[in-house]
Design a protein around this ligand. Sequence first.
Ligand SMILES: [Mg+2]
Length: 208
Amino acid sequence: MKERVTVVSFDVDGTLVPMEFNNLVWMEELPALIAEKRGMSLEDARIYTISEYEKVGEGDLRWYEMNHWIDHFDLDTTFETILSKYESRIKTFPDVMPTLEKLENRYTLILTTAMPREFLEVKIRTIKQFFQFDFSVISDFKQVKTPESYLTICERLNISPSELLHIGDHWEFDYVAPREAGANAIFLDRQRKRVGDFVIHDLEELEL
Ligand SMILES: [Mg+2]
């Protein structure tokens, strides 16, 4: 496998960038705005918000679209307002820079994410220079991460799936889906719950 890989793909949220920003936006800011608008307690608003998210689910494109939720909850804010409020809280995990520096001259590095492009630009500001391509499967292909979206990426890069290695922290979207497409995949389990040949707990465990 190692000899044939030419392109290394990284997921972003939970893989390169901690979930703190997402948690602030989705679990704090939106419930707080809903609580204010509807005169609910923050706790009730949070329960309500999560139940609305769950009705849609992460297999649905609407799950990822901030503007969908702003409309859905009828909030008096904009995507840009929310983003600018929390932008300074975005960081990368400590193992990210050393890993990218180690790999950048030996592989084509790309990003493959299910977050909309307008979020992606902000999230990767400090690491953008390492990546030759970035794919927001939501914005670019109107898909979540499926075997088809990985195949489309391979077509765009003019490589066979066996030349692609994808690394990410979601079992189904980052591990099962690329493998079903015939690509290589490594599951990054930062919670250290799984072990196995294609499981790592820290990016510095990558042997490439
Ligand atoms: Mg992720």
